[in-house]
Each structure stands twice: as structure tokens, then as C-alpha cells.
Design a protein around this ligand. Structure first.
Ligand SMILES: Cc1cc2nc3c(=O)[nH]c(=O)nc-3n(C[C@H](O)[C@H](O)[C@H](O)COP(=O)(O)OP(=O)(O)OC[C@H]3O[C@@H](n4cnc5c(N)ncnc54)[C@H](O)[C@@H]3O)c2cc1C
Length: 495
């Protein structure tokens, strides 16, 4: 670039008139080489466009390569069918509308569910392996390489009466997992990155998006930096933003999701919200900026067999549900206060099971010979925990939980001696809100019209989730709408 060096410390759009030399050029420029970016690049190239991926780090993968690998798919995928589970598009739509709300984008949910079977087949065609094996135990992930698991509370209250339960957490097969380091997500990204390598797609690593370049009201490129040096990249057909969430931008988290302040989880530091901010600076609409995924650092086998109480000694969630729902209910609705109370027999039974997260099986903080003693040790007002357990036990004697609807198989009166795990503050999560996009992944302006030349997918956008979360929603909508972004950008008129 020979004109005055453009500023790189602002997110304001850069007028094309200030660019003298373009350092790179492609029909479609994809920013970010994680799950949304890889899918966008593949589909754009297959549609005949020349494609350039810009990635801030030195390699492909993003958060996706570290992920557990759940991809939320259903409606009768080949894997569901081969494992004997019936599912329909309507059933999946009903469940997701309830579980991801309130306030979901109903058109997006319907579209995603209708395309889910084809999307599974597409992943398989790209080489993503799924083992025909089902894991039916409570857990964050299967401990082995099983390919299918319940991952959203479909088979627990309140959803099991709303839609026919079906497992939809599809997990790429990987032996010798190391949760949080190398898990199913790696075997999602690796075959897709191999697919990229087999197509005429260029990649520039260590190249970081800073600003969008615009001509009139159209996005025609990006200004990036390569080891601090500005580079101008021209996109003849479109730019796809696939840079991830804002979980690691302190100011944005404090503004939009303050309860997540200081507790980012299941995200990477590169998720600094840049994709959202450069588009906002062009007038982009946002959606569900307060939505958050929340994990709780508890063992699901233990939680299902015990009771969870808040800081007032009251139960607040059926303990056999998806642990991510427990995390959200704890952080967002119960001041991040959770205690797991479980008796000795149930604890021993839980500890004898297999777990993908053995590090959540730490010793209890308190053990007691009676509920009254435990209540006092925990510092709860007298009769709070005692009343909760008396009520629970009264109904548990006949195997029911009319208060919260825990399934009979997990309901058993709590006896003594008993223990309590102090789970206060044991949550972390990532942000789910972002750019408002349409079904072709076009970024929408606050007027409701698409911003010409600008597409986005993944956690830089608001996808399926408005309030709730299911494991697999992020890799699911990121890959699904990443593909849409690639196709739509490739089909865009060239400039
Ligand atoms: C341990 C762990 C477990 C998880 N488990 C699951 C799961 O089982 N199922 C699920 O659905 N989700 C899971 N997630 C979340 C999921 O991985 C992410 O939400 C998802 O990868 C988001 O997709 P994305 O394409 O938006 O971002 P990513 O996959 O992170 O890709 C974004 C890419 O953009 C790059 N980038 C960022 N800024 C710039 C810039 N300025 N210029 C150029 N490149 C840039 C990043 O380096 C990164 O490579 C998990 C995450 C972690 C870390």
C-alpha cells in the first residue's frame, strides 16, 4: 500500500478510495478458519468462486478443533436411524423452539431442522466419521468414541412431554480423547480442513481482520494486519465473517452478558468480538446479545442422583436434565449459587460409573450424619434444607418428583449419612448473541435490508439460540450457516 498507511486501531469502515494496492484478491474472502469459516470456504469453492481464508492464528481449527464435537442434528439422520431412534423435522422443531427460547428466530429453527439430515450427509461426504454407537448415560460427553448422545435435555422435564425425545448430539469419532484439548471437534475440523486442501482455496495465516473496506454502501474487502503490517484484501463477490464470539472481550461481556464477566469458557482468546464490531460500524443489526451458554463444573452422574439447591436451600431444576441447562439456571437465575446434596449410597453408585469428566469428581465440602447437621454446616437458615429434603423424600418414596419432574429412574429418598458439594461460582460460558443474519447468512442492516457484500456465520452471529442452549448448537449452526454464507457469497454479483 503506498497511500497514507491506514489506521488499524479502529473498526470504522475504510473507504476503498484510500487503498492504492490490493495485496490479495479473491471472489470470496472468508475471515476465520474455524467451523463456520471452513464450511463457507468449501461451499464457495465448490460453487466455482476463488476463495481466500484469512486466519489470525498460525493454524486452522479455532474453538471448533478444541470442542467436544457435538453437532446438533436430527429429523431422522442416517446415524439416528441406524441406532433405532425415530425423529422427525417437526419433532426437532418443536423441541428446539422450546429449549432455545424464549424469542428464537422461528424461520431459522425451521430452516435448520428441515436441512439437518442433508447437513449430516454433507459432513459425512466431507469425511467426518461418526461411529454407530449410542451413549445413554448422564454426562457432558461420552467417555469413549460413541457417535450419538442426548445433548439438550430432550428426555427430561419439561421437554419430554412436549416432543418425543430423540438424541441429536452427533459426535465425530475420535479415540483417546482429552476433554478440552483434543476431542470430537478435532475430528470435525480435520476432515473439513483436508477438504479445503483438496480444493483451490488459498489460506493466509497470521493475518488478522481489522476493518471492512467499502465502496459506496457495499463491502468490497477487508483491511487486515500481517505481523503488524497492514494488508488490503479485495473480495470481488463477498466477505464472510467467521471470527467467533465476543466471550473474550471484557468490555462487550460487561455490556451485554455481565453475568459471564470473568468466567469465559468453551471459547478461545481470539473470540474478541471483532467480526461483530466491524459490521456494527456499518450499521449491522444485532440479536440476542444477552444469550449465553453456561457450563457447570459438576458431574452429571452425581447430579442426577442427588438434589441441587440454591443459596436458599431450595431446588430449582430437575437434576437429570442437560447439564448446560443446570449451568444456565444456576448462573442466570440463582445468583451462581449451587449445592449438590447426595447420600452416601447414591454417591458410591455414581462414582462407580464411567465419566468423560472425572476431574469433576472432587471430594465433598461437607459430610454429615443428619440433614439438620448438614444444613447448619452449610450455613443455611434453619429448616430450609430440611424442608426441601422432607418434601423431596415424601414424593420420592413413591418414585415421583411432582415439584420439578425428575424422572422416576433417578428419584430415590435421600438417606443419611449424606454429603454436600459446594458448587457456588462453578460456572463458565460463552456468548451466543451477535450479528442478525437471514437464511442466506447475509448480514442485516438495522433497516432490515442486507448489507451488500457482507455475510457471516458462527458465533459472530446470532444463530439458533435466543435464551436456552443445547450442546451442538454452535458447531451445528456454525457449519450449517457457514455453508449458506459460502454459497450466497459465491452467487453474489462480482464488483
Ligand atoms: C472445550 C470446548 C468444547 C466445546 N464443545 C462444543 C460442542 O461439543 N458443541 C458445540 O456446538 N460447540 C462446542 N464448543 C463451542 C464451539 O467450538 C464454538 O462456539 C464454535 O467453534 C464457534 O464457531 P466459529 O466458527 O464462530 O468460531 P471458531 O470455530 O472459533 O473459529 C473462529 C476463527 O476465527 C479466527 N479469528 C478470530 N479473530 C480473527 C481475526 N481478527 N482475523 C482473522 N481470524 C480471526 C480464530 O482464530 C478462529 O480460528 C466448544 C468449545 C470449546 C473451547
Amino acid at each position: 500500500m503506498t497511500k497514507a498507511k491506514p489506521q488499524t486501531d479502529t473498526v470504522r469502515p475504510l473507504p476503498a478510495s484510500s487503498v492504492e494496492t490490493w495485496d490479495f484478491e479473491a471472489d470470496v474472502v472468508v475471515v476465520g478458519y474455524g467451523i463456520a469459516g471452513v464450511c463457507a470456504a468449501i461451499e464457495a469453492a465448490r460453487a466455482g468462486a476463488s476463495v481466500l481464508i484469512l486466519e489470525r492464528t498460525g493454524g486452522w481449527g479455532g474453538a471448533a478443533a478444541l470442542a467436544g464435537g457435538f453437532i446438533y442434528l436430527g429429523g431422522g439422520t442416517a446415524l439416528q436411524k441406524s441406532l433405532g431412534f425415530d425423529d422427525t423435522v417437526e419433532n426437532m422443531t418443536t423441541f428446539l423452539t422450546a429449549a432455545l427460547g424464549p424469542g428464537v428466530d422461528t424461520a431459522k429453527i425451521a430452516d435448520y431442522c428441515a436441512g439437518s439430515v442433508e447437513h449430516f450427509d454433507w459432513l459425512v461426504d466431507c469425511g467426518v466419521p461418526f461411529k454407530e454407537s449410542f451413549w445413554g448415560e448422564p454426562g457432558w460427553e461420552p467417555p469413549h468414541d460413541e457417535g450419538l448422545m442426548y445433548s439438550g435435555g430432550e428426555n427430561s422435564a419439561p421437554f419430554l412431554d412436549l416432543a418425543k425425545p430423540a438424541p441429536r448430539g452427533h459426535i465425530p469419532q475420535l479415540a483417546d480423547k482429552k476433554i478440552g484439548q483434543r476431542s470430537g471437534g478435532y475430528m470435525l475440523m480435520k476432515p473439513l480442513a483436508d477438504t479445503v486442501a483438496s480444493l483451490p482455496i488459498d489460506v493466509e495465516y497470521d493475518t488478522r481482520l481489522r476493518r471492512l473496506i467499502v465502496e459506496d454502501d457495499r463491502v468490497i474487502g477487508v483491511l487486515a494486519t500481517h505481523f503488524g503490517t497492514p494488508v488490503a484484501v479485495r473480495a470481488k463477490r463477498g466477505v464472510v465473517l467467521a471470527t467467533g464470539s465476543f466471550a473474550y472481550d471484557t468490555a462487550m461481556v460487561e455490556r451485554y452478558t455481565p453475568k459471564l464477566s470473568g468466567r469465559p469458557g468453551a471459547a478461545i482468546e481470539e473470540h474478541d468480538g471483532i467480526g461483530i464490531r466491524v459490521a456494527q460500524a456499518l450499521g449491522a443489526e444485532l440479536a440476542h446479545m444477552d444469550a449465553s451458554e453456561v457450563a457447570i463444573f459438576g458431574d452429571p452422574q452425581m447430579m442426577a442422583r442427588g438434589i441441587l439447591v440454591n443459596g436458599r436451600g431450595q431446588r430449582y431444576i430437575p437434576e437429570d436434565t442437560y447439564p448446560g441447562r443446570i449451568g444456565q439456571a444456576t448462573l442466570l437465575d440463582n445468583d451462581n449459587q449451587a449445592f449438590l446434596v447426595i447420600d452416601e449410597t447414591s454417591l458410591e453408585e455414581a462414582l462407580a460409573t464411567e465419566s468423560a469428566t472425572p476431574f469433576f469428581r472432587f471430594p465433598p465440602k461437607w459430610v454429615a450424619e443428619s440433614v439438620a447437621e448438614l444444613e447448619a454446616e452449610m450455613g443455611l437458615p434453619e429448616q430450609t434444607l430440611q424442608t426441601t429434603i422432607a418434601t423431596y423424600n415424601r414424593h420420592a418414596a413413591s418414585g415421583s418428583d411432582p415439584v420439578l419432574g425428575k424422572k422416576a429412574e433417578w428419584v430415590r429418598p435421600i438417606s443419611t449419612p449424606l454429603a454436600c458439594f459446594d458448587l457456588r461460582g462453578f460456572t463458565a460460558g460463552f456468548t451466543l448473541g451477535g450479528l442478525a443474519t437471514d437464511l442466506d447468512s447475509r448480514v442485516l442492516h438495522v433497516t432490515g435490508e442486507p448489507i451488500p457484500g457482507l455475510f457471516a456465520a458462527g458465533r459472530a452471529t446470532s444463530g439458533l439460540c435466543a435464551g436456552g442452549y443445547v450442546s451442538g448448537a454452535s458447531l451445528g449452526d456454525g457449519s450449517f450457516y457457514g455453508r449458506r454464507a459460502g454459497r450466497a457469497a459465491a452467487a453474489n454479483n462480482a464488483v
